[in-house]
Ligand binder design. Structure first.
Ligand SMILES: [Zn+2]
Length: 184
């Protein structure tokens, strides 16, 4: 026999298990956030250092020269958080490994920034010794030179492209852009 509350809830058309749905939604959100936090693998088993394409065994984060350039503490964090078989099953990757791997990638990137910057293919008119380079993403830089269009470059590939200025959004036809004559 149903309880009075259950009958009332049925009549009112409400669910008596709001907590469960909230939990389910929270779990789904957490899973989504976790999936987004996983680093994307660029090519199969290449060294994870930005701009390095050396092929390494899947269980190695970086090629030997890059790995040995890391401080002992970072290397230890990566090794300690590694789960055997995580390369084949990304669900086994621990958040601590992601954090350690990111720290390692960032360390190498900081150390190699000047070298990577010289590999950027600047268009004619730009002078590598005059441009200002500013990081705007994991491996993306903004390149500025006085009086010239802003460029965006990839430290990973060395590719550089001009930033397209956003088109002005206007729903009215161009004729309407002229100010209406003010009636006297
Ligand atoms: Zn490498």
């Amino acid at each position: 026999m149903s309880s009075v509350i259950e009958i009332a809830a049925h009549v009112a058309g409400v669910s008596l298990q709001p907590q469960q749905t909230e939990l389910e939604a929270a779990a789904a959100e957490a899973a989504k956030a976790e999936a987004a936090a996983r680093p994307r693998v660029i090519g199969p088993h290449a060294c994870h250092a930005v701009g390095c394409r050396t092929v390494v065994p899947p269980e190695q984060l970086m090629c030997r020269p890059h790995w040995t350039s890391l401080p002992q503490g970072i290397r230890k964090r990566v090794l300690m958080s590694y789960t055997p078989g995580q390369c084949k099953d990304s669900h086994r990757i621990k958040p601590t490994w992601i954090a350690a791997a990111r720290q390692a990638i960032e360390f190498v990137l900081q150390a190699e920034l000047p070298k990577l910057a010289t590999r950027l293919k600047l268009p004619a008119g730009y002078d590598g010794s005059q441009v200002q380079i500013e990081r705007v993403g994991a491996s993306t830089v903004a390149i500025k030179q006085e009086g010239l269009p802003l460029l965006v470059g990839s430290l990973a590939t060395g590719e550089v492209r001009e930033v397209k200025r956003p088109e002005p959004v206007s729903e009215s036809d161009p004729g309407d852009a002229q100010p209406e004559p003010v009636p006297a």
